[in-house]
Design a protein around this ligand. Structure first.
Ligand code: CUA
Length: 668
């Protein structure tokens, strides 16, 4: 490594001057000094910030977690598809609608691929998208709030794995089905797979917040669609999808789907698809799917069901799909920063094939077709291939780029990252990972302008790397320096869930755009109370609504009487603070539900069904002030009594108001 570069990198990483003397001498062979170098590269001085935000999928925890790089410090867990009792996500009335699907309320999913929004092919820091792999959905997280704001279900699909990849301007996200299914899905014998099962690729309009929708679906053969990347630069307008199981096996896939020497990359000309749809060549197919989104002003979610999609059969739109034969059961497909090279990682292949976009265009013009599959031309392998990386290692899965002409491929079986050169296809470096790497991630490494500097290995197995924690060990990422010729391991850090893919961008793109509090004045929540004067309690049959405020260090009202056995109580709590990071919580004893966590200026509602006549304390769960422990109150629940009036009081006024029941203004 050039010393000047190293110093720049260290300075930027916050390791600063103290490291420099060590750095110089670390070029000797003393191993402890070498580790000192690594330590200084990842050391973020207390009080300093990391250089990058990285976003990792939580895998089977259904969430996204946010880490600072290079420190590997976890900053936040952003709940997405799984209920999160920590802040009431999916438990409170305002976020329950986010979990609605055509299958009803689904409180869990399996997140795989975070994807940053882009402008002109470069991450722009507006949004992060993430897929739900099980009940196919895509979500949009707003990066000024680090909150999930929108979830769209994907109909006519099962297993949204090749999802959600974006066009270079974020006009569309794609989501392809991993498991082919009958369309429409109905009761058919599984051994009619060949006749009845199909795949779909959904193009989702994604650049209009609150209005995500399926623009159209492509009806595809009954393969398994694994991963995707959008074209960029010269290949903007195209999308590339890996397929496996072109054998169309429906049982014992580990053998059945591994017969063919080559499967396909499906190259999709989405601009062509768009014009065919505009020309009326798509069918309108009845399909029920959910669209859920958080209203910006009320901060409460709305759920709607959509009823149809436009479905385009490639037969009705010549030129929309071409198949590129690719060895063997390819998993990742990655497009280099120029858009010219399409790298496929055949997990059972002994080489890495790289297709050329310009050769593909020529092959299409020359009709260099090997055959056809269901009306779709299959291009000749020799006609599209730019080169092959020979003997890269075993089990290539994914490739990212550093923007300096190098590609980095993860090798699951040989447990390493292999660095090779675009154009010459020669392997120039390799580094072991601990152990069994899945995805890898370079900040911006799948964009037109990689930010480079590091590659993060997302490992599937950790074995002996951490203190053991029973039968299940932690998941792990490893941070590797790629600023020099040779890769260098800097840091192991544990991760939660099972991160599949990740994305990262410079912190400077988003850190100054953070929402600090929500404007109370603009709060349009139907049950908001903007001051103590707007609080109150109201009975509607067996339903009781309590409007409450939280402010350092009390709730108002804090004494509630007149609730009866058999009532259902909704607490609508507004945090009326207008200060950054002043949160309050709300929890009540015996609630078969979660707590609320209230960000400054927001209102949330939680349902409580008291079990029996008794007195129930409630309290603030977020340590908000020196008098946090005093922030509490009581609800008195009486046996059923038609004449008993409600009362809601504050302790400071308890003496005068205990008998007065105050109904709040207006009906909701
Ligand atoms: Cu409010 Cu603790």
């Amino acid at each position: 490594m050039q010393r000047s570069k190293l110093i720049r990198a260290v300075t930027a990483a916050g390791g600063v001057v103290i490291a420099l003397a060590t750095l110089y001498s670390c070029r000797t062979t003393n191993p402890s000094l070498t580790m000192g170098d690594a330590a200084s590269r990842v050391y973020v001085t207390p009080g300093q910030h990391d250089e990058f935000y990285s976003f990792m999928s939580g895998g089977f925890n259904g969430q996204v977690s946010v880490y600072g790089l290079p420190s590997g410090r976890m900053l936040k867990l952003v709940p997405v598809f799984s209920q999160h009792a920590e802040n009431g996500w999916g438990y409170n009335e305002d976020t329950k609608p986010m979990f609605q699907t055509s299958y009803g309320f689904i409180p869990w999913d399996d997140t795989h691929h975070p994807k940053l929004s882009q402008t002109d092919g470069v991450p722009d820091g507006r949004w992060l998208f993430i897929n739900g792999n099980n009940t196919p959905r895509v979500a949009r997280i707003d990066l000024t709030r680090f909150e999930t704001e929108e979830i769209l279900e994907i109909p006519n699909a099962s297993g949204g794995h090749a999802s959600p990849m974006t066009t270079q301007d974020t006009r569309y996200l794609v989501s392809a089905t991993r498991f082919s299914v009958p369309i429409p899905n109905k009761d058919v014998p599984i051994n009619t797979y060949g006749q009845n099962f199909r795949g779909t690729i959904s193009f989702i309009r994604a650049d209009q917040p609150g209005k995500m929708d399926i623009a159209f679906q492509l009806l595809m053969p009954g393969f398994n669609y694994d991963l995707a990347h959008g074209g960029k630069g010269v290949s903007d307008g195209w999308f590339f999808f890996t397929t496996y199981n072109t054998e169309q096996a429906y049982t014992k896939l580990e053998q059945g789907a591994s017969q063919n020497d080559k499967d396909f990359i499906a190259a999709i000309n989405w601009k062509q698809a768009e014009s065919c749809v505009a020309a009326g060549k798509a069918q309108t197919v009845p399909s029920r799917y959910a669209h859920n989104h958080v209203d910006e002003k009320s901060r409460t979610a709305k759920h709607e069901m959509k009823t149809s999609v436009k479905m385009l059969n490639p037969r009705d739109c010549p030129g929309v799909v071409y198949y590129l034969p690719t060895p063997k059961s390819p998993h990742g497909v990655d497009v280099d920063p120029s858009g010219e090279y399409i790298v496929a990682s055949g997990k059972l292949a002994a080489l890495i094939p790289v297709h050329s976009f310009s050769k593909m265009q020529k092959a299409i013009a020359d009709k260099a077709f090997e055959t056809e599959f269901e009306g779709v031309p299959v291009l000749k392998y020799e006609a599209t291939i730019a080169g092959e990386v020979q003997k890269p290692g075993l089990g290539p899965l994914h490739t990212e780029f550093d923007g300096k002409g190098n590609a980095y491929t993860s090798m699951f079986i040989s447990s390493e990252i292999v660095k090779w050169k675009l154009g010459t296809w020669e392997v120039v470096d390799r580094i072991p990972t601990y152990y069994s790497i899945g995805h890898l991630m370079i900040p911006g490494g799948d964009s037109r302008q990689p930010f480079g500097k590091y590659v993060v290995a997302l490992n599937k197995i950790t074995k002996d790397r951490y203190l053991p924690t029973g039968a299940e060990l932690t998941q792990s990422a490893q941070l590797i320096d790629i600023s020099g010729e040779k890769m260098k391991l800097l840091l192991d850090f544990p991760t939660i869930g099972e991160p599949h893919y990740a994305q990262a961008l410079p912190a400077s793109l988003i850190k100054d755009k953070q929402v600090k509090f929500f404007s109370l004045k603009d709060n349009t929540h139907p049950f908001v109370a903007k001051s103590e004067a707007e609080t109150g309690i109201k009975r509607t049959g067996r339903r009781v609504d309590v409007r409450m405020i939280a402010i350092r260090s009390h709730f108002a009202p804090d004494n509630i009487e007149g609730v009866q056995e058999g009532d259902t109580v909704y607490f609508h709590v507004t945090n009326i603070e207008q200060d950054w990071d002043i949160l309050h919580g709300f929890a009540i004893m015996g609630n078969q539900n979660a707590e609320l966590i209230l960000q400054p200026g927001e209102t949330k509602s939680i349902k409580w069904v008291p079990q029996k006549a008794s007195v129930y304390p409630f309290y603030c769960t977020d340590f908000c002030s020196a008098l946090h422990q005093e922030m509490s109150g009581y609800v008195r629940v009486a046996p059923r009594s038609p004449t008993l009036a409600l009362s809601a009081t504050t302790s400071r006024k308890a003496a005068t108001q205990l008998q007065r029941s105050k109904a709040y203004k207006g009906d909701n």
